[in-house]
Design a protein around this ligand. Structure first.
Ligand SMILES: NC(=O)c1ccc[n+]([C@@H]2O[C@H](COP(=O)([O-])OP(=O)(O)OC[C@H]3O[C@@H](n4cnc5c(N)ncnc54)[C@H](O)[C@@H]3O)[C@@H](O)[C@H]2O)c1
Length: 272
């Protein structure tokens, strides 16, 4: 079936590549017009160009940058039907100790399989900036963009917001507490906002992906065999596994779905 998003206008953050790009591709195939955000204008424009959409560079963690982005959205279109708060970071970006950190993750995960828990001082040693950056991009960014999108959606009397959570927001995992905290915060924000705007015909849901092949998870390659072994379906996910979930949540098929978390994860984690 195609045409499920015919005539809709969607803004997808962090969509120059990865899950956001896959979501944008499926949205276009279903008839939507897309506005592609990413941190830098050039990659956003490149991806938008491939999809017949428009690109906007903006930092979702910066409220002034987000306001400027939505002003631009207002110049491009008089309506916004779908916002996907997808922009994200793993915390390994630009970290020259990333290889060692991943090696430690593998060692810990292997030890956990045999019932041994190695001491982990990651949080004790975490720098303020590393904490603030994760909360800033994921949780603050989701709030800043939702706040602006709601101005369109309340005016037009309809809309849908999809927030990118993670299995880490519920399951938790040692070694990256800011990521887990930010993603848990996003799930709480999703439920509260869904209550708040339900009677204005606006739905708010989250997707909590499991482990998916993207540039973000590439550096975790040494961990992949273990993740595959832990996953009942025996594989990591592909970006379209998440994009299909976004199409469903954005479409009329999900008209009675709000405040929910949909978690495509191959069975790695079975409770959200
Ligand atoms: N890949 C996975 O296994 C996985 C699992 C669970 C959740 N997620 C979440 O899905 C989302 C997408 O992840 P991905 O795997 O596609 O990652 P990715 O690194 O491939 O893409 C993330 C995009 O977000 C952009 N971005 C980063 N900071 C930004 C900012 N401040 N403002 C605007 N854009 C910014 C990046 O430039 C990049 O294009 C993230 O929120 C991530 O936490 C991913």
């Amino acid at each position: 079936m195609t045409g499920r998003l015919e005539g809709k206008v969607a803004l997808i953050t962090g969509a120059a590549r990865g899950l956001g790009k896959a979501i944008a591709e499926k949205f276009v195939a279903e008839g939507a017009q897309v506005i592609i955000n990413d941190l830098h204008a050039a990659p956003a424009a490149d991806t938008a160009g491939l999809l017949g959409g428009r690109g906007i560079g903006a930092d979702v963690s910066d409220p002034a940058s987000v306001r400027a982005m939505f002003e631009r959205v207002g110049e491009l279109t008089d309506r916004l039907d779908i916002l996907v708060n997808n922009a994200g970071i793993s915390g390994l970006e630009g970290d020259n100790t990333a290889r060692d950190r991943v090696a430690q993750m593998v060692a810990r995960a292997e030890q956990a399989v045999v019932g041994e828990v190695l001491p982990d001082n990651s949080t004790m040693e975490l720098a303020d900036d590393d904490w603030l950056k994760q909360i800033g991009v994921h949780l603050n960014g989701t709030f800043f963009c939702s706040r602006e999108a709601l101005k369109f959606m309340t005016r037009q009397g309809c809309g849908t917001i999809i927030n990118m959570g993670s299995v880490m927001g519920t399951f938790g995992r040692p070694g990256n507490t800011p990521y887990c905290a930010a993603k848990a915060g996003i799930l709480g924000f999703t439920r509260a906002l869904a209550h708040e705007v339900a009677n204005q015909n606006i739905r708010v849901n989250a997707i909590a992906p499991g482990w998916i092949h993207t540039d973000m998870t590439d550096p975790l390659e040494p961990l992949h065999p273990l993740l595959r072994a832990q996953t009942p379906q025996g594989r990591l996910g592909e970006p379209d596994d998440i994009a299909w979930a976004a199409v469903y949540l954005a479409s009329e098929e999900a008209k009675f779905v709000t405040g929910q978390t949909l978690s495509p994860n191959g069975g790695w984690y079975m409770s959200q």
